[in-house]
Design a protein around this ligand. Structure first.
Ligand SMILES: Cc1cc2nc3c(=O)[nH]c(=O)nc-3n(C[C@H](O)[C@H](O)[C@H](O)COP(=O)(O)O)c2cc1C
Length: 351
């Protein structure tokens, strides 16, 4: 793990509510998948090229009409108001300062429109298909109207994974309904009492829902939570515009394979047809370099951003994105790659 990230994690642990700390860090079940995530990247080794002109190394990423200064971005994570008073607005401010891709969670504790204003550039919205479809549709429409340029449909959460001491939804966290329900409450049907039931994830989501999301907003749909090449192809056949390799940070199916192990299979199946994004256990610039060389277009961070947010707010988020990007840029130079397009699987050895 990058030194500064370890420091931010330690600082965050001192200030974050213990229930939130557990919610944030734990994986599901016996924690096999969460524990293996970083080590799986660390098992790869690099095969550098030499005598390439690397006097200028660019980490610039063009994707879905947006251009970012770094391919290291922010995965969607829930309930940032428990970590910092400005919540997702602070996260977005950090992303904007670093020129990094940002994905806003459906479980945002700040209004979608306020977060969009802080990003000040392209951003994506993460969609949980909620039991009440009309609420999901309303959130997608609002995000699109606020400037989201793609939708990220989370596919790996028909049920929330079993995580000891951690809640399925926000109730046991130190989070009032005013924050937890800030985006959904306007869309509740009249007279409903158990509104938490309405916004729980649907267990019947299917391949057809990719087209449903696209119909609601007419934006590219990225399917998040894919770990197999054949599944990636099925999603693409059903209309997916990108595949996001993820095991939800080890929070869903315990013993699911690491994303580091899954990525090559997905990239091989998908070829050049759509971009592939990856997250899970990425903790330094070398993990990011490995993922990009194996064929990912962008590499996303979940917990690291939450630690940075809790410890130092927007500056912490921007700082850790800058640090990891700097480490990536330096490693690219030493590997003989002047831009992301110079990265390919031949730079990586073993598993
Ligand atoms: C506390 C927490 C909350 C999360 N909330 C969401 C969410 O609301 N939507 C979603 O698609 N994924 C969510 N995720 C999964 C992340 O998007 C991402 O897949 C994962 O955190 C990446 O692994 P990492 O934490 O090791 O970087 C969450 C993860 C954590 C740790």
């Amino acid at each position: 793990m990058h030194e500064q990230l370890q420091r931010l994690r330690d600082d965050a642990e001192r200030v974050v509510d213990p229930d939130m700390w557990s919610y944030l860090n734990r994986g599901s079940g016996d924690q096999r998948t969460v524990t293996e995530a970083h080590d799986a990247w660390d098992r790869y080794r690099l095969r550098p090229r030499v005598l390439r002109d690397v006097s200028h190394v660019s980490t610039e990423l063009p994707l879905f009409g947006g251009v970012w200064r770094t391919p290291i971005g922010i995965a969607p994570t829930a309930f940032h108001a428990v970590l910092h008073p400005e919540g997702e607005v602070a996260t977005a401010t950090g992303a904007a300062a670093a020129g990094a891709p940002m994905v806003l969670s459906s479980r945002s504790t700040r209004r979608i429109e306020d977060v969009a204003a802080a990003v000040d550039g392209p951003w994506w919205f993460q969609v949980y298909l909620m039991r009440e479809r009309a609420i999901t549709a309303a959130l997608i429409e609002r995000a699109a109207a606020a400037g989201a340029t793609a939708m990220v449909l989370t596919a790996d959460t028909p049920y929330v994974g079993h995580r000891a001491r951690t809640p399925a939804l926000a109730r046991p966290l130190p989070l009032g309904d005013d924050q937890a329900l800030i985006n959904v409450r306007d869309h509740f049907p009249e007279g409903v009492e158990d509104y938490w039931e309405l916004i729980d994830q649907r267990a019947d989501l299917s391949l057809g829902d990719i087209a449903w999301v696209a119909d609601v907003c007419e934006l590219p749909v990225i399917v998040k939570g894919v770990l197999r090449g054949d599944e990636a192809l099925a999603c693409i056949d059903a209309g997916a515009d990108a595949i996001w390799v993820s095991n939800h940070g080890g929070r869903q199916l315990d013993r699911a394979i690491s994303t580091a192990a899954a990525l090559p299979d997905v990239v091989t199946a998908v070829g050049d047809s759509v971009p592939v994004i990856v997250d899970g256990g990425v903790r330094d610039g070398f993990d990011a370099l490995t993922a990009l060389a194996l064929g990912a277009s962008a590499v996303m961070l979940g917990r690291p951003v939450m630690w940075a947010l809790a410890a130092e707010g927007a500056d912490g988020v921007a700082g850790i994105l800058d640090e990891l990007t700097g480490e990536l840029r330096h490693a690219m130079g030493l590997a003989g790659a002047a831009c992301l397009g110079d990265l390919d699987p031949s730079l990586v050895s073993g598993r």
